[in-house]
Ligand binder design. Structure first.
Ligand SMILES: [Zn+2]
Length: 441
């Protein structure tokens, strides 16, 4: 008698990202209550399992859901509004002035659009930071993907509230409200060293420790951030954060571009996880993060899109391709950052950055968080090495199915939990609102 399960899923190829990095041709996954209960070649698995539902994906490649380890999903409302500017001008003149007028409705619709794009391009989890994060979480709950987020903490007022204390209180409330939620979790999110003070960072550290939450901060993004930190605080950003007790295994550092050799050693010792954002770093000319040297030091590295204003996509396939190419060019070495290491960053590295080690691979007993690409797409023909195609040839638009905890969230052009045309209509209204705010300044 075969064992019963909720879903039996067949596909031409399964890239597992397990410890052996096994790829299975003609594979089958048995999924029950959101968990993978069996996985292997179809002739071995299919006779042993009876699925309440059976889905033959045909010529598709199944891989673990990609993990977008640093993003601001809500920033889709700024996509294409102001490009081709330096980071500080861009933030001060174009981003912050519109953001100060934000409403929960705009944040929720814009986040839902961000999550639609992520699901459409194979991401099943993200590390988010924004203001009015409760609206971001509502969107994540609607979309169904996993999100670790929290209220960004600034020294100055934001649309969320007047003070950093208020942002910390909101973070505490979110942590209580979402405790035990299977897909949404909370991190403490000091925005950066240049938008906070040592006192605020200390309070963030204390809240993270008290509540057992991860801490997520933009750090060492540019040389000018380093110069400003040296001038104001007498230290470079990474040692400054270390001395404040911010660097722990529960810390996620977005960007981590401007680091010295000694700081790479400090980073390795701290157990903190850096997240690489190659598109954002290239677009804002922030610099080239020393990713190959981090990986040589066995530092786990996540990969993220950053927000849609500085990318302008929330597409992890784009991000993988750019990461692989950027480091080859900047290191003048075509052997640097091979495809397999880049896929590791987008899966297992992301799991480390979200402090959710069960994510990023397909294994028996692990969550059924996965995505599937149509190998019949012209740009994926012929197939020699699946991982090569995932990093260098796929665009993300070949994704035909995305699933979290065994629940299909996107399938063949349809988002299962929300009305995409209503979302697009709402985003046209959001665009008109942004235009009016941007014109007034
Ligand atoms: Zn960011």
């Amino acid at each position: 008698m075969p064992s019963s399960c909720d879903l039996l899923l067949h596909a031409a190829c399964v890239v597992t990202q397990n410890t052996e990095r096994a790829t299975i041709e003609n594979g089958t996954l048995a999924i029950d209550k959101g968990v993978i209960v069996a996985l292997g070649p179809r002739p071995d698995i299919a006779p042993l399992w009876q699925g309440a539902r059976e889905l033959d994906l045909g010529n598709m490649l199944v891989l673990p859901g990609l993990v977008n380890a640093h993003t601001h999903a809500a920033m889709t409302f700024l996509r294409g509004l102001a490009d081709d500017l330096p980071l500080m001008d861009w933030l001060a003149e174009h981003i912050f002035p519109v953001e100060q007028h934000l409403t929960p409705e705009i944040v929720e619709w814009s986040s839902l659009l961000g999550y639609a794009e992520m699901l459409r391009t194979g991401a099943t989890a993200c590390m988010d930071m924004y203001i009015i994060e409760e609206a971001v979480f509502r969107a994540a709950d609607t979309a169904g993907l996993r999100c670790c987020g929290g209220e960004a903490v600034f020294a100055f007022p934001s649309a969320s509230g007047p003070t950093p204390e208020h942002a910390l209180e909101l973070t505490r409330e979110l942590a209580q409200r979402y405790r035990g939620h299977p897909r949404i979790s909370v991190a403490v999110n000091p925005h950066s060293v240049y938008t906070t003070t040592p006192e605020i960072l200390g309070r963030c550290r204390d809240l993270a420790e008290e509540c057992g939450l991860p801490l997520h901060i933009h750090l060492a993004e540019t040389a000018s951030e380093t110069a400003q930190c040296l001038a104001r605080r007498g230290k470079r950003p990474l040692p400054y954060c270390r001395d404040l007790g911010l660097l722990t295994p529960n810390t996620t550092l977005a960007h981590a571009v401007d680091l010295t050799d000694e700081e790479l050693d400090i980073l390795a010792e701290s157990g903190a996880t850096p997240v690489h954002n190659p598109s954002s770093n290239m677009k804002l000319a922030s610099g080239v993060a020393r990713i190959p040297e981090m990986l040589r030091r066995n530092i786990p590295v996540g990969l993220g899109t950053d927000g849609a204003a500085s990318n302008n996509r929330l597409n992890m396939f784009t991000e993988m391709g750019r990461a692989a190419l950027l480091h080859k060019l900047s290191g003048n070495d075509p052997t640097t950052l091979p495809a397999a290491l880049v896929l590791d960053m987008a899966t297992l590295g992301g799991a480390a950055a979200l402090h959710r080690p069960g994510l990023g691979s397909l294994t028996v007993g692990g969550p059924a968080d996965l995505t599937a690409l149509d190998l019949s797409a012209p740009n994926l023909q012929p197939l020699y090495a699946p991982v090569s195609h995932l990093v260098y040839a796929a665009t993300g638009m070949e994704v035909g199915l995305t699933m979290v905890e065994g629940e299909i969230l996107y399938h063949d052009g349809v988002f299962t939990r929300f009305d995409y045309s209503a979302l697009c209509a709402a985003m046209r209204d959001v665009r008109d609102w942004v235009r009016r705010k941007a014109e007034r300044g």
